[in-house]
Each structure stands twice: as C-alpha cells, then as structure tokens.
Write a protein that binds this ligand. Structure first.
Ligand SMILES: Nc1ncnc2c1ncn2[C@@H]1O[C@H](COP(=O)(O)OP(=O)(O)O)[C@@H](O)[C@H]1O
Ligand SMILES: [Mg+2]
Length: 334
C-alpha cells in the first residue's frame, strides 16, 4: 500500500513531502487532517517549501460513531460527503473570490485501493488565516456573514452538479433515523412541509451546509475577511439555511433575538452588493423578500433535526422554540 506522503508526492509532483502536525482526526475515525510541507528543488538546486494541509480520508478505518448512530445510512452519507468535498474543491472552488475565500486546491485523488480520498489544500495559516475562534465579537460575526453573502451570490442559480442536490448535513431526506426518533407533535408532522417550502424557493444557490464558527478561519491582520473550510455538505439550497445555522453556532438565545434584525440587515446589504456585481439581471428585492420569509423556516428545519438527534440540545431554546412556533402557526393558518 502506498504511504500517505508518497501519494501526496505523486499527485503534487513535489520532490519530497514532510508530514507535520496532525490537526485533528476526522469524525468517527474516517481519517486525519494534517499539516505537511511540499519540497521542490529546481534545476539550479534551489528548494522551495510549500506549507499545505492534507485531508486524508480512509473509509476502511471508520468506526461506529460515538453518538451511537452507526447505521449504514450514516456511513453512506459520510462517504458521499467526502466525494462531495473533493468535487467542490475540484470544480466549484475556482468561482470563489477573495470575498468568499477558500483554500486553494493543490491536488486531490481518490484512493481506490483502500476506499478514501486525499485532498491537498493550501495552508490557510501561512496566508494569515491562522486564528480559530469559539468566542466571536460583532466584527467576527460580520466577517462570517459577509463570507456567506458572497458565497451565496457567487453560486446563485447553480445546479450543484456532483454536490448534494440539497445541501446541509441535517437535510430531511438524509436523516430518516433522526426523524423517526423525534417526539411526535406538530414539528414532526410539518417536517416535510417545512422542507418543501425551503426547496421550493425561487432563488436557490449553493449553501456551505456546515457553516459553524469552527469552520471559519480568522486573521488578525484582515479582520473583515475569513476563509471557510469543510465543504462536505455543500449543495443546493436557500441561503437562509447557512445564516440561521451560523447564528445558532455563535449566539446565545438572548443575543440571537436581540441581534436578529441587524444581522439579517447586514447579510442582505452584503448580498445585494455581491449579487448586483455578479448578476445585475437578478431582481434583488424579490430575492430579499423571499429569503427573509424563509429565515424562520430555516430555523425550524434545523430544530427538526436537533430534536431527533439530540433532544434537549442547548440550541433548542426559547428563541428557536419561538421561531419554530411561528412557522407552525403560519402553516396552520395557510
Ligand atoms: N486548508 C487549511 N488550512 C488551515 N487549516 C485548515 C485547512 N483545512 C482545515 N483546516 C483546519 O482543520 C480543521 C478541520 O478541518 P475540516 O475540514 O473542518 O475537518 P472536519 O470535517 O473533521 O471538521 C478546520 O476547522 C481548520 O481549523
Ligand atoms: Mg470542520
């Protein structure tokens, strides 16, 4: 079996590869994400070192995941997610500009012998995006929302060929176990309708699909920009799915309620600038009206997943309850 450094050497064309620090192992033992340096020596004997990050997925090493949902469905979803991530970097990431920065793909391959992938990316730390945050301030939040707005504008109308037909890791069709585990009640009964409302939106784009704070890389020198990583659940969808989930990842219920209006205003301001520049023919007021109406639906859809996956999760709070209730009331009235 070819070693990881040899595979990386072959696909990047480097003269040698020095594996470095392991950043983390992947969920349920599906592999590892690791720093490395690609060393190339030119004809004059001058060597250059390029810092990279390798995402090495080894499906054969997968264990049953620690939360106990080690079903075949979850394994299949996971395997597909890595294929999607490779496709995203290969075919879609070149459309991302500096305002929705993603790491450059250096090389990627599918390892047919052991069932897995090797994805070699530029190391964002070397580009100054070396801060990871669990606590964010207003400026950090705005930098992430600006990234989302620019990403959504870049892929408006995209058909997501080779990605998830419907993005996000909590999408209903991919979560039958969690739906079955949900307590019965109006949210469970309306799960399908909420999903259809989101899928039926006129304006669709690509959603990142797991846009939590942990998947953004921050820079102290460039505080208004971030880079995103982790494109396993990218697919077609309404941009509000990313925005609602991002807010749920970094704000308390009180803050989410207090800041909802100003954060949405900021996101739509950024979206308008980006859409107008990329797609002047789009009637932005229609897009904004539709997506604002869908913001509560995106929350309710995520709460549907949480209440089956992890009842009592801290994100299920009075803010999310209130939003979900408003959606259920609206559906009841219609
Ligand atoms: N190209 C990169 N440059 C620097 N850091 C990275 C890069 N890609 C990933 N990382 C870091 O590794 C972490 C895990 O990568 P990610 O793709 O999110 O794996 P996982 O699917 O296990 O969450 C990220 O949160 C980020 O901090
Ligand atoms: Mg991640």
């Amino acid at each position: 079996m070819t070693t990881l450094s040899e595979t990386v050497r072959q696909i990047t064309g480097a003269d040698s590869v020095a594996l470095g620090r392991e950043i983390q192992s992947l969920w349920s033992g599906y592999g590892v994400i690791q720093c490395a340096e690609l060393r190339t020596v030119d004809a004059e004997g001058l060597s250059t070192n390029v810092p990279v990050v390798i995402k090495h997925i080894d499906v054969s090493a997968a264990r049953t995941n620690p939360r106990g949902w080690g079903s075949d469905i979850s394994h299949q979803r996971k395997v597909r997610s890595y294929q999607v991530e490779k496709t995203f970097y290969d075919c879609f990431s070149p459309q991302c500009n500096q305002l929705c920065l993603v790491p450059n793909l250096i090389a990627a391959t599918e390892k047919l012998d052991e069932g897995g992938w090797v994805i070699v990316l530029a190391d964002l730390n070397a580009l100054g995006f070396d801060r990871r945050k669990s606590e964010v301030d207003q400026r950090d939040i705005q930098a992430c929302l600006a990234w989302l707005a620019n990403f959504h504008a870049a892929f408006l109308g995209n058909m997501a060929d080779g990605l998830w037909p419907i993005g996000t890791y909590w999408h209903l069709d991919t979560r039958p176990d969690e739906l079955a585990a949900m307590p019965s009640g109006p949210l469970k009964q309306s799960a399908e309708q909420i999903d259809q409302r989101l899928n039926g939106a006129t304006f669709q784009t690509l959603v990142h699909g797991d846009a939590k704070v942990a998947n953004f890389c921050f820079s102290d020198d460039d505080r208004d920009r971030v880079s995103a990583v982790d494109f396993q659940y990218v697919g077609r969808g309404c941009g509000m799915k990313d925005v609602a989930y991002f807010i749920s990842s970094c704000l308390s219920e009180q803050a989410a309620l207090r800041q909802q209006e100003s954060l949405l205003n900021f996101y739509f301001q950024q979206l308008q600038i980006a859409v107008t520049a990329r797609n002047p023919e789009v009637k932005f007021s229609d897009l904004e009206r539709e997506w604002r109406e869908l913001y509560p639906f995106a929350w309710a859809d995520f709460c549907r997943f949480l209440s089956g996956w992890s009842p009592g999760h801290w994100k299920l709070n009075s803010y999310s309850d209130q939003i979900t209730q408003s959606v259920l009331d609206q559906l009841h009235r219609e």
